[in-house]
Write a protein of this length. Structure first.
Length: 218
Protein backbone atom coordinates (compact mmCIF):
# COMPACT_ATOMS: atom_id res chain seq x y z
CA UNK A 1 0.00 0.00 0.00
CA UNK A 2 1.47 3.35 -1.06
CA UNK A 3 1.68 6.28 1.34
CA UNK A 4 -0.07 9.31 -0.15
CA UNK A 5 1.66 12.69 -0.24
CA UNK A 6 0.28 16.11 0.60
CA UNK A 7 0.08 17.31 -2.99
CA UNK A 8 -2.51 14.61 -3.71
CA UNK A 9 -4.88 16.34 -1.28
CA UNK A 10 -4.18 19.92 -2.35
CA UNK A 11 -6.84 19.91 -5.07
CA UNK A 12 -9.43 18.36 -2.72
CA UNK A 13 -9.75 21.22 -0.24
CA UNK A 14 -13.27 22.16 -1.33
CA UNK A 15 -14.42 18.55 -1.32
CA UNK A 16 -13.11 17.81 2.18
CA UNK A 17 -14.34 21.11 3.56
CA UNK A 18 -17.78 20.37 2.15
CA UNK A 19 -17.65 16.84 3.55
CA UNK A 20 -16.85 18.20 7.02
CA UNK A 21 -20.00 20.33 6.79
CA UNK A 22 -22.37 17.55 5.71
CA UNK A 23 -25.11 16.71 8.17
CA UNK A 24 -23.85 13.19 8.76
CA UNK A 25 -20.21 14.08 9.43
CA UNK A 26 -21.08 17.21 11.39
CA UNK A 27 -23.12 15.06 13.76
CA UNK A 28 -20.22 12.65 14.15
CA UNK A 29 -17.85 15.54 14.85
CA UNK A 30 -20.24 16.86 17.49
CA UNK A 31 -20.33 13.44 19.14
CA UNK A 32 -16.57 13.07 18.94
CA UNK A 33 -16.09 16.48 20.57
CA UNK A 34 -18.42 15.48 23.40
CA UNK A 35 -16.66 12.16 23.92
CA UNK A 36 -13.27 13.86 24.05
CA UNK A 37 -14.30 15.66 27.24
CA UNK A 38 -13.92 19.29 28.12
CA UNK A 39 -11.29 21.28 26.24
CA UNK A 40 -11.31 24.05 28.79
CA UNK A 41 -7.76 25.13 29.75
CA UNK A 42 -6.30 22.35 27.58
CA UNK A 43 -4.03 22.05 24.57
CA UNK A 44 -5.67 20.17 21.69
CA UNK A 45 -4.08 18.59 18.61
CA UNK A 46 -5.88 17.44 15.46
CA UNK A 47 -3.78 15.09 13.31
CA UNK A 48 -4.94 15.37 9.71
CA UNK A 49 -6.97 18.46 10.51
CA UNK A 50 -8.03 19.21 6.94
CA UNK A 51 -9.62 22.64 6.83
CA UNK A 52 -10.00 22.79 10.62
CA UNK A 53 -13.77 22.37 10.91
CA UNK A 54 -13.61 19.92 13.82
CA UNK A 55 -11.42 22.26 15.84
CA UNK A 56 -13.87 25.14 15.53
CA UNK A 57 -15.99 23.31 18.12
CA UNK A 58 -13.50 24.40 20.78
CA UNK A 59 -12.87 27.94 19.57
CA UNK A 60 -13.45 29.63 22.91
CA UNK A 61 -12.78 26.70 25.18
CA UNK A 62 -9.24 25.39 24.71
CA UNK A 63 -6.12 27.27 25.75
CA UNK A 64 -4.42 26.23 22.52
CA UNK A 65 -5.57 24.51 19.34
CA UNK A 66 -3.11 23.00 16.88
CA UNK A 67 -3.82 21.36 13.54
CA UNK A 68 -1.40 19.28 11.47
CA UNK A 69 -1.99 18.17 7.90
CA UNK A 70 0.14 16.76 5.10
CA UNK A 71 -1.44 19.15 2.58
CA UNK A 72 -0.20 22.74 2.39
CA UNK A 73 -3.51 23.84 0.85
CA UNK A 74 -5.51 22.28 3.68
CA UNK A 75 -3.38 24.16 6.20
CA UNK A 76 -3.86 27.41 4.28
CA UNK A 77 -7.63 26.90 4.33
CA UNK A 78 -7.60 26.12 8.07
CA UNK A 79 -5.63 29.28 8.82
CA UNK A 80 -8.10 31.33 6.80
CA UNK A 81 -11.05 29.75 8.62
CA UNK A 82 -9.64 30.61 12.03
CA UNK A 83 -8.66 34.13 10.95
CA UNK A 84 -12.32 34.83 10.19
CA UNK A 85 -13.50 33.33 13.48
CA UNK A 86 -13.94 35.49 16.55
CA UNK A 87 -11.82 33.63 19.06
CA UNK A 88 -9.34 34.36 21.81
CA UNK A 89 -7.99 30.80 21.72
CA UNK A 90 -4.40 30.47 20.57
CA UNK A 91 -4.23 28.43 17.39
CA UNK A 92 -1.58 27.17 15.04
CA UNK A 93 -1.73 25.13 11.83
CA UNK A 94 1.33 23.28 10.60
CA UNK A 95 2.21 21.17 7.58
CA UNK A 96 3.36 17.86 9.00
CA UNK A 97 3.40 14.08 8.63
CA UNK A 98 1.36 11.82 10.93
CA UNK A 99 4.36 9.45 11.04
CA UNK A 100 6.63 12.20 12.37
CA UNK A 101 4.64 14.79 14.32
CA UNK A 102 6.73 17.96 14.86
CA UNK A 103 6.21 18.15 18.62
CA UNK A 104 7.98 17.16 21.80
CA UNK A 105 6.80 14.20 23.89
CA UNK A 106 3.74 14.81 26.09
CA UNK A 107 2.82 18.19 24.62
CA UNK A 108 -0.98 17.92 24.33
CA UNK A 109 -3.84 17.07 26.66
CA UNK A 110 -5.89 15.58 23.83
CA UNK A 111 -4.99 14.35 20.34
CA UNK A 112 -7.71 13.87 17.75
CA UNK A 113 -7.72 12.17 14.37
CA UNK A 114 -10.70 11.75 12.08
CA UNK A 115 -10.70 9.81 8.82
CA UNK A 116 -6.88 9.73 8.74
CA UNK A 117 -5.33 6.66 10.37
CA UNK A 118 -7.14 4.29 8.02
CA UNK A 119 -5.41 5.98 5.07
CA UNK A 120 -1.91 5.21 6.30
CA UNK A 121 -0.08 2.11 5.06
CA UNK A 122 1.07 1.54 8.66
CA UNK A 123 -1.60 3.05 10.93
CA UNK A 124 0.22 1.90 14.07
CA UNK A 125 2.98 4.43 13.31
CA UNK A 126 0.44 7.25 13.35
CA UNK A 127 -1.22 6.00 16.52
CA UNK A 128 2.20 5.65 18.18
CA UNK A 129 2.93 9.29 17.36
CA UNK A 130 -0.44 10.44 18.71
CA UNK A 131 0.29 8.70 21.99
CA UNK A 132 3.84 10.04 22.11
CA UNK A 133 2.78 13.69 21.93
CA UNK A 134 -0.09 13.23 24.38
CA UNK A 135 0.51 13.93 28.07
CA UNK A 136 0.27 11.21 30.70
CA UNK A 137 -3.40 10.73 31.61
CA UNK A 138 -4.28 12.57 28.39
CA UNK A 139 -6.75 11.36 25.78
CA UNK A 140 -6.64 10.33 22.15
CA UNK A 141 -9.82 10.19 20.10
CA UNK A 142 -10.15 8.73 16.61
CA UNK A 143 -12.83 8.26 13.99
CA UNK A 144 -12.33 5.26 11.71
CA UNK A 145 -14.40 3.07 9.38
CA UNK A 146 -15.54 -0.19 10.93
CA UNK A 147 -15.02 -3.61 9.41
CA UNK A 148 -18.63 -3.55 8.16
CA UNK A 149 -18.06 -0.46 5.99
CA UNK A 150 -18.38 -1.02 2.25
CA UNK A 151 -20.01 0.86 -0.68
CA UNK A 152 -23.14 -1.28 -0.68
CA UNK A 153 -23.82 -0.78 3.02
CA UNK A 154 -22.95 2.92 2.82
CA UNK A 155 -25.36 3.43 -0.06
CA UNK A 156 -28.07 1.49 1.76
CA UNK A 157 -27.56 3.56 4.93
CA UNK A 158 -27.77 6.77 2.90
CA UNK A 159 -31.01 5.67 1.25
CA UNK A 160 -32.59 4.65 4.55
CA UNK A 161 -31.74 8.05 5.98
CA UNK A 162 -32.91 9.95 2.90
CA UNK A 163 -29.43 11.21 2.11
CA UNK A 164 -29.05 12.49 -1.43
CA UNK A 165 -26.62 14.47 -3.56
CA UNK A 166 -23.35 15.49 -1.94
CA UNK A 167 -24.38 14.02 1.44
CA UNK A 168 -24.63 10.53 -0.03
CA UNK A 169 -21.68 11.02 -2.38
CA UNK A 170 -19.24 11.78 0.42
CA UNK A 171 -20.29 8.80 2.52
CA UNK A 172 -20.05 6.39 -0.41
CA UNK A 173 -16.65 7.79 -1.42
CA UNK A 174 -15.40 7.30 2.14
CA UNK A 175 -16.59 3.70 1.98
CA UNK A 176 -14.79 3.14 -1.32
CA UNK A 177 -11.49 4.48 -0.01
CA UNK A 178 -11.73 2.60 3.28
CA UNK A 179 -12.42 -0.65 1.44
CA UNK A 180 -9.17 -0.17 -0.46
CA UNK A 181 -7.22 0.99 2.61
CA UNK A 182 -8.12 -0.13 6.15
CA UNK A 183 -11.24 -1.00 8.13
CA UNK A 184 -11.20 -1.93 11.78
CA UNK A 185 -12.94 -4.04 14.36
CA UNK A 186 -13.22 -2.80 17.93
CA UNK A 187 -11.12 -5.76 19.03
CA UNK A 188 -8.28 -4.88 16.66
CA UNK A 189 -8.09 -1.22 17.69
CA UNK A 190 -8.28 -2.14 21.36
CA UNK A 191 -5.44 -4.60 20.87
CA UNK A 192 -3.25 -2.07 19.05
CA UNK A 193 -3.87 0.70 21.55
CA UNK A 194 -3.30 -1.56 24.55
CA UNK A 195 -0.08 -2.88 23.05
CA UNK A 196 1.12 0.70 22.61
CA UNK A 197 0.38 1.51 26.25
CA UNK A 198 -3.08 3.10 26.11
CA UNK A 199 -5.65 2.47 28.83
CA UNK A 200 -9.43 2.49 29.17
CA UNK A 201 -10.13 2.00 25.47
CA UNK A 202 -13.79 2.45 24.51
CA UNK A 203 -15.62 2.49 21.20
CA UNK A 204 -18.86 4.09 20.07
CA UNK A 205 -20.44 2.95 16.78
CA UNK A 206 -21.60 5.82 14.56
CA UNK A 207 -23.17 6.14 11.10
CA UNK A 208 -25.27 3.05 11.67
CA UNK A 209 -22.25 1.01 12.72
CA UNK A 210 -20.30 1.79 9.54
CA UNK A 211 -17.74 3.71 11.59
CA UNK A 212 -16.65 4.08 15.19
CA UNK A 213 -15.27 6.69 17.52
CA UNK A 214 -12.47 5.30 19.68
CA UNK A 215 -11.39 6.96 22.93
CA UNK A 216 -8.28 5.91 24.82
CA UNK A 217 -6.50 7.24 27.89
CA UNK A 218 -2.74 7.31 27.95
Amino acid sequence: MRKMDGAEFDSLVSFFDGMARTNWLSKVHDQLKEMSGTWRSKEILDVGCGTGRLLTRGLNEADRIVGVDLSEEMITAAKELFQTSNTATKNDFIVGDAYHLPFEDETFDCALSTCVMFLLPEPEKGITEMLRVTKKSGTIVMLNPSETMNPERASSYADRNQMTGFEKETLVKWSNVSTRRHRYSEQYLSSVLTKLGAKKVTHQPVVGGLAMITVAQK
